[in-house]
Design a protein around this ligand. Structure first.
Ligand SMILES: [Zn+2]
Length: 122
């Protein structure tokens, strides 16, 4: 992936996992000032986070990525291997040109809770 990639206008979904400390990881993702380290950091420099979905128990991020691709048939992979450099997935980042699709059914189907990112309760 090119870190300086230009991201097209649209909706992005990213699947990630925090082995230790979900709260800390989400807070880091929401913070603008930080060193760019992960692929997602480059996107978040330009993007505005609208929602964070969480699952507190272990989940398989690769399986979740496959399920998202199956359910969101009109999504595409904007950047190959984004967030997926050490697995066999094509990408852990999904792109939708516009938010025509209601994403709530997807969230429920995948059994994720919506985190309260505006009230600082992550
Ligand atoms: Zn994967």
């Amino acid at each position: 992936m090119q870190p300086e990639a230009n991201f097209k206008r649209g909706i992005y979904l990213y699947v990630g996992r925090a082995k230790n400390g979900l709260q800390g990881r989400i807070k880091r993702h929401l913070r603008k000032e930080k060193k760019t380290f992960w692929h997602i950091d480059y996107l978040l420099q330009k993007a505005e986070v609208q929602e964070v979905w969480i699952k507190r128990d272990f989940f398989d991020e690769c399986r979740t990525a496959l399920e998202i691709k199956e359910i969101l048939k009109d999504s595409s992979f904007p950047l190959k291997k984004f967030g997926a450099s050490d697995c066999r997935c094509q990408s852990h980042l999904f792109y939708l040109a516009e938010r025509k699709t209601d994403l709530e059914p997807l969230r429920k189907k995948l059994s994720f809770e919506k985190a309260n990112i505006h009230g600082n309760q992550v």
